[in-house]
Design a protein around this ligand. Structure first.
Ligand code: NAG
Ligand code: NAG
Ligand code: NAG
Ligand code: NAG
Ligand code: NAG
Ligand code: NAG
Ligand code: NAG
Ligand code: NAG
Ligand code: NAG
Ligand code: NAG
Length: 417
């Protein structure tokens, strides 16, 4: 919950947004093309100006409702309420007269949620969106929405049973976002909305693993689980989700290595695995994914040599590998100017220790190639393996730290007796 979303908007008026998809001439409304009077009255009770016909008023950029082209009266098909005053009421009777709506969205409307929806409205709705609105989204509001294809909930706490309710009942969903919504519990194992193309559960409190059955969602293009408390491996079966384009598992507690099955995800554009505990080496197959633009692997435990050349890396918009202390780059292949945030490798494919400056003794100096030089491709020869000097310094330092702690404890014990 970002703090800015918490502010109320005492001075902001309710705004009804107007769109005209069935672009009628903007000229004076001819009889028979105006909004159903019952719906006009309903809109007025929501603070909509009485003077204008919601289907006829040319729409200022932001404001939107839309109407169908029915005769003698047109009907509302979509309604967006933004920046409501907090005392706006949504009485049942008003909702009942709005039962032709296919799309409803609330934006910054921190009003109490309606206790229940008229069944006709609930089954009419195909799209429901609630952004920093309605204070909370209870199950009674969600469960009747069975014909939804799009559900977008963000910045509003939802009921704990929401995921199960959503995925088992809204079988026509194609786009599902429940983000920053205090969602808890595990990721469901059984999916009934198999046409999903967009799934975003980011910034919640989801726990447990990604079940292998996630691959049931074969049409999924966007898959975002960032910033939850998830753990476990990336299931091999994710390689079957060949429509995937944008994937983020960032900021969880996933571990293990990247499965080779992901090489089948040839449409992958963005992959964000940052801030987890992934290990193993970075697979070479990424350089074969022609559409890849964003590869973020930073903040993990990846190890070994970065398996890419400069021409692959320069094709990416984002390439992040910093914060992997056992990862290194081959400085005869990649330039230090790329500033990858990892050390160059020694001849064993292990990160060189940071330069120890001029204190390095001559006898150990050929343990390292010129630190950070990109173009010394001739390898120098005469390497003798892991740097003993650095090891010595590390041991010395640990001893010193230990001594200090010991003395400190000793002084505490003496002082307190
Ligand atoms: C559009 O929104 C503005 C700002 O909330 C509001 O003042 C105005 O009345 C709205 N216009 C219509 C036609 O609803
Ligand atoms: C609603 O409030 C937001 C934030 O204060 C503002 O940026 C936006 O223009 C407002 N929209 C309307 C239609 O008044
Ligand atoms: C809701 O979906 C059911 C089942 O697909 C369908 O019979 C019904 O007509 C739909 N209702 C509306 C209002 O679209
Ligand atoms: C978030 O969920 C936890 C339980 O999972 C609950 O204790 C807490 O009150 C919820 N927070 C909000 C703002 O609803
Ligand atoms: C990471 O996730 C935690 C827990 O969900 C959240 O509090 C934190 O803001 C996230 N950090 C980033 C950088 O998104
Ligand atoms: C995932 O969600 C986070 C937070 O909502 C967002 O910043 C990020 O761009 C999303 N990533 C993808 C790949 O959709
Ligand atoms: C994936 O992310 C890119 C930006 O990197 C964006 O242009 C594209 O629309 C996204 N695709 C999907 C399916 O979300
Ligand atoms: C990666 O971590 C797991 C445990 O998290 C461990 O069992 C495995 O041996 C590690 N693999 C490598 C290559 O370090
Ligand atoms: C860089 O790597 C890509 C992918 O492995 C390869 O196709 C390309 O030939 C390489 N380029 C150079 C200059 O080595
Ligand atoms: C670095 O690249 C060079 C040239 O391709 C190769 O001979 C050398 O073995 C590589 N070093 C490591 C540690 O991979």
């Amino acid at each position: 919950m970002s703090s800015s979303k918490k502010t109320s908007f005492p001075l902001l008026t309710l705004s009804l947004f107007l769109l005209l998809p069935f672009s009628q001439p903007l000229a004076p409304t001819r009889p028979g093309s105006s909004l159903d009077p019952r719906q006009q009255t309903a809109l007025e009770s929501l603070g909509f100006p009485a003077t204008s016909d919601a289907c006829a008023v040319p729409s200022p950029r932001d404001n939107a409702t839309s109407c169908d082209g029915a005769a003698p009266f047109r009907h509302l098909t979509s309604l967006r309420l933004a920046n409501c005053s907090t005392d706006l009421d949504l009485p049942y009777t008003v909702l009942q007269s709005l039962s032709t709506l296919k799309s409803v969205s609330f934006l910054n409307c921190p009003i109490p949620p309606p206790r229940r929806l008229p069944p006709q409205l609930a089954s009419s709705l195909h799209s429901f969106s609630c952004i920093s609105s309605l204070r909370r989204v209870p199950g009674a509001l969600l469960s009747p929405l069975r014909n939804l294809t799009e559900l977008y909930l963000s910045g509003v706490p939802v009921t704990e049973s929401a995921p199960i309710m959503i995925i088992s009942q809204m079988v026509d969903l194609t786009s599902l976002t429940v983000s920053n919504a205090n969602l808890s519990g595990p990721i469901p194992h059984h999916w009934h909305c198999l046409d999903l193309t967009h799934l975003d559960f980011s910034f919640n409190r989801l726990k447990g693993i990604i079940p292998g059955t996630i691959s049931m969602l074969g049409s999924l293009q966007t898959f975002n689980l960032s910033s939850n408390f998830l753990t476990g491996n990336i299931p091999d079966s994710m390689g079957d989700m060949v429509s995937l384009k944008n994937v983020s598992l960032s900021n969880n507690s996933f571990f293990g290595s990247i499965p080779s099955s992901l090489s089948d995800l040839i449409d992958l554009v963005q992959l964000d695995l940052s801030s987890n505990h992934f290990n193993g080496s970075i697979p070479t197959f990424f350089s074969g994914l022609k559409k890849l633009r964003v590869l973020n692997l930073e903040g993990n435990n990846f190890q070994g040599v970065i398996p890419f050349n400069a021409s692959f890396i320069s094709k990416l918009q984002v390439f992040k590998v910093g914060g992997n202390s056992n990862l290194c780059y081959n400085h005869s292949i990649l330039s230090s100017k790329l500033r990858l945030g990892v050390a160059p490798c020694n001849r064993y494919g292990l990160p060189m220790s940071p330069p120890t400056g001029r204190t390095r003794s001559d006898t150990s100096s050929d343990d390292m190639d010129d630190y950070g030089e990109a173009d010394s491709g001739n390898g120098g020869g005469g390497h003798r393996g892991p740097n003993k000097l650095v090891l010595g310094i590390a041991i010395g330092l640990s001893c010193l730290v230990f001594l200090v702690i010991f003395l400190f404890c000793l002084s505490k014990v003496c002082g307190s007796s």
